[in-house]
Design a protein around this ligand. Structure first.
Ligand code: NAP
Length: 323
């Protein structure tokens, strides 16, 4: 089968599609014929072997020997002896980051618990765009507690997968949503449903005097005091990602602030695949549609282009590779 290999760490130019042995499912594994895979932050970290922990421990200390690809959609082709959840022909999708990755290939074997049934109306490309960003977005949205119409919410780093999903979930709750990202993405973000947008190079949302009931942050890079200042009384700051040192400070301050004041700081730990059935329901009801920036072909050139596009942060929503 064809699979994407990494010759050495450091650049999309070291990616190459090669022929390798097709895997066979054992135990509770299912063999999936992959139809689409999306690019996410995991892949970028694995391609660069950076940050060293955890990426080099997953991909190889000095030389990468991993097939990247967490978010996949495809068709079950065979199942292991003790697998009982799926049958050949079932259309599934899921986030494989907890089960060894492997989505940039024609076939992948994973424990059956790593995937969920895909809504029949969803294309494979749409399904591959959902698992990772969808779960982070949903966990960020629910971190704010009870929803109520008119709640003021800000998403920082809102132009990618998490932001384009979270805004759709929040508009279902009649929240008033502000998105922060670079200038080139703001028009697209308005089309997705953001009521207000901020260019982070022109304005610092933690110092403009405005306050929010919930802040969902994809790119934490400031101090806890900055975020606390931008919250209303009773507000919640929930980060899904950012600079590791800042995330640690947020986690530690979260405990202090929770004890002493009416504001909460939280670090979200991804619960992969947990609520994909909910995304199926929303999709079938016409209440949610994943935003796909570009679809690339599964050729060496196509995949290199996809990763260069991701690395330039030029994508609005998700980048998908059709296999
Ligand atoms: N919590 C967990 O367990 C867990 C697990 C895995 C991954 N993650 C994290 O989940 C996140 C994935 O989010 P995603 O898929 O939405 O990422 P994404 O598609 O890369 O989107 C991130 C957006 O943030 C923008 N941005 C960059 N620097 C910014 C800044 N300083 N201020 C505001 N916006 C900025 C980027 O655009 P520009 O570059 O053009 O500005 C981009 O549009 C990542 O942070 C990743 O580390 C979390």
């Amino acid at each position: 089968m064809k699979a994407l290999t990494i010759r050495k760490y450091g650049s999309p130019d070291f990616l190459e599609i090669q022929d390798i042995k097709k895997p066979a499912p054992v135990g509770d594994q299912v063999l999936i014929k992959v139809n689409a895979v999306s690019v996410d932050d995991w892949d970028w970290g694995l391609l660069h072997g950076s940050p060293f922990v955890p990426n080099r421990f997953m991909a190889g200390l000095s030389k990468p020997h991993i097939i990247m690809g967490a978010d996949i959609a495809g068709v079950v082709e065979a199942v292991g002896r003790s697998a009982s959840a799926y049958r050949p022909g079932d259309e599934v999708y899921g986030d494989l980051s907890g089960s060894g990755f492997g989505g940039f290939a024609e076939y992948v074997c994973v424990p059956e618990g790593a995937v969920r049934i895909k809504s029949p109306g969803m294309s494979f490309e749409q399904a591959a765009a959902i698992p990772h960003a969808g779960m982070l977005a949903l966990q960020g949205v629910t971190a704010g507690g009870q929803s109520r119409p008119g709640r003021k919410i800000l998403i920082n780093g809102a132009g990618g997968g998490v932001g384009s999903t979270a805004v759709q979930l929040l508009k279902l709750q009649d929240a008033e949503v502000t998105g922060v990202d670079s200038a080139a993405k703001l028009d697209a973000m308005r089309l997705w449903g953001f009521d207000d947008v901020i260019d982070y190079e022109a304005e610092d949302f933690t110092r403009n005097g405005r306050h929010y009931d919930l802040i969902i942050d994809v790119k934490t890079d400031r101090s806890p005091a900055d975020y606390e200042r931008a919250l209303n009384a009773g507000g919640v700051y929930a980060t899904v990602g950012g600079q590791v040192s800042k995330l640690l400070t947020i986690a530690l301050s979260g405990i202090r602030i929770k004890r002493s004041r009416d504001k909460k700081l939280r670090v979200i730990a991804l619960q992969a695949n947990r609520d994909l059935a909910y995304f199926n329901e929303l999709f079938e009801a016409g209440s949610f549609k994943p935003v796909i920036d570009t679809e690339f072909e599964f050729t060496t050139n196509g995949v290199r282009k996809a990763f260069h596009h991701f690395g330039a942060a030029a994508h609005k929503g998700k980048i998908v590779v059709r296999i």
